[in-house]
Design a protein around this ligand. Structure first.
Ligand SMILES: Nc1ncnc2c1ncn2[C@@H]1O[C@H](COP(=O)(O)OP(=O)(O)OP(=O)(O)O)[C@@H](O)[C@H]1O
Length: 401
């Protein structure tokens, strides 16, 4: 069961919603609808399923409708048409049509929100800010203070518990915002550009902390960002919005490798995709490696210029390698090992899903191509051209639709 299921959702701001929806159905543009009715289309026909434990990032330029859609998920924006089904135990509640009491229940128990401007109460101490939502849930004072302390510990702010928000830096205030959201124990977190007001170093640190917290707590997160690097880093899925519509909803790697429109390609061209690209997507397939008539059948050429060769056995495993007739040592890369262990001239075999960032580091240390394996079988090789393609962004083609 999806945690959030957004089905054909339109959000129209204004006083002529029916008329504007009719115009949308006739294919009128956003601007034509503003001209005809004065209404603004925030979201047009959005459909996404977010599975439990996913981080889905809504990404797009300013005004594309990201916040409008996010805010519809907890009823802060009225859904003009369509359904937003949110998991509540073993049933799904339609936020678009449920009564006020159910919406209140969903907001206090199931869905928490973290805002860009932190939205802390300036007259309350840090701990009271974190405990605030728990009071709304009806939890007793000692219990909610204990719980709030736990959350502050999680974001390393226990020593600041009695301070007021203005005494904290922006990054610390956003940590309080995170602690407050996590304290609610709700399964779903809505995050509206929570880190964009912070300087890059702190933003990076909070992104890492969010990933770490998410791995521990397994929340479902819908996250708004206008920064593709942030989306690629955080998202298990990314939904790209343009002019109120979702134009591509995919895994990060697919966004980078197969942008569906020039708008998406333009974002991709200005990003650093090395963290999301994996070796398999860019490798030269084993079947494309050259053989030579003057060599045994099991030999493959990695580099004809310095005569780097490998020998592959009947099971497809690499059993030997040489360069300029001198044997090369083979080395199996183990996750988590220290890159400094590698030396010039080692021929490394890594899993085919190795990140391109790590593959480039390996190549830098060894000066050799990187062999990619699956269950010990050679499936491909990262040659110089594959690294250059990754670095120069020559790895994608824009889809036709
Ligand atoms: N409450 C509202 N009333 C009227 N128009 C609104 C309202 N909220 C958003 N809009 C309009 O809907 C459109 C989409 O805005 P939205 O804030 O969702 O975009 P966004 O992609 O989140 O942009 P940003 O990154 O700048 O926050 C904009 O044209 C905006 O002016």
């Amino acid at each position: 069961m999806a945690a959030i299921s957004i089905r054909n959702v339109d959000v129209v701001f204004g006083n002529h919603v029916e008329q504007s929806l009719a115009l949308l159905d006739k294919g009128s543009s956003r601007q034509e609808i503003i001209d005809a009715t004065g209404d603004v289309v925030g979201v047009h026909n959005a459909c996404i399923e977010v599975q439990p434990g996913e981080i889905c990032v809504l990404m797009g330029l300013s005004g594309s409708g990201k916040s409008s859609l996010l805010r519809a998920v907890n009823g802060l924006n009225t859904v003009s048409r369509g359904e937003i089904l949110v998991q509540d135990g073993d049933q799904m509640v339609d936020i678009a049509s449920c009564d006020a009491k159910t919406l209140q229940h969903m907001r206090t128990r199931r869905i928490s929100m973290v805002f860009q401007n932190f939205a802390l109460m300036p007259w309350m101490t840090v701990i009271d800010n974190v405990a605030f939502g728990l009071e709304m849930q009806g939890m007793s004072k000692p219990k909610r203070r204990a719980k709030a302390m736990q959350q502050l510990e999680m974001v390393s702010l226990t020593e600041w518990k009695d301070k007021y928000p203005h005494e904290l830096s922006g990054g610390m205030q956003q940590r309080v915002g995170l602690a407050r959201a996590f304290a609610m124990d709700s399964d779903i977190l809505l995050m509206d550009e929570p880190f964009s007001a912070l300087d890059p170093l702190i933003r990076n640190q909070l992104q890492d902390e969010l990933i770490e917290l998410q791995q521990r707590l397994n929340k479902t997160i819908l996250f708004v960002s206008h920064d593709l690097d942030e989306a690629l880093k955080l998202g298990t899925h990314i939904a790209i919005m343009e002019s109120a519509k979702i134009i591509q909803h995919d895994k990060p790697e697919d966004i980078v490798l197969n942008p569906k429109t020039p708008y998406v390609a333009d974002f991709v061209a200005h990003t650093n995709p090395l963290n999301v690209l994996c070796g398999r997507s860019l490798m030269t397939d084993v079947s494309e490696l050259d053989t030579r008539d003057d060599m045994p059948d099991d030999m493959r050429v990695l580099n004809p210029h310095d005569n780097t060769l490998i020998s592959v056995n009947a099971e497809g495993a690499v059993v030997a390698a040489s360069r300029q007739d001198q044997p090369l040592n083979l080395h199996r890369w183990i996750d988590g090992q220290d890159i400094e262990d590698l030396a010039e001239g080692l021929l490394v075999m890594a899993a085919a899903d190795v990140s391109m960032r790590l593959a480039i580091e390996i190549k830098y240390k060894t000066g050799l191509p990187v062999l990619l394996t699956e269950s010990d079988k050679l499936v491909g090789v990262l040659l110089d051209k594959d690294f250059y393609h990754a670095l120069l962004g020559k790895h994608f083609t824009v889809g036709s639709d």
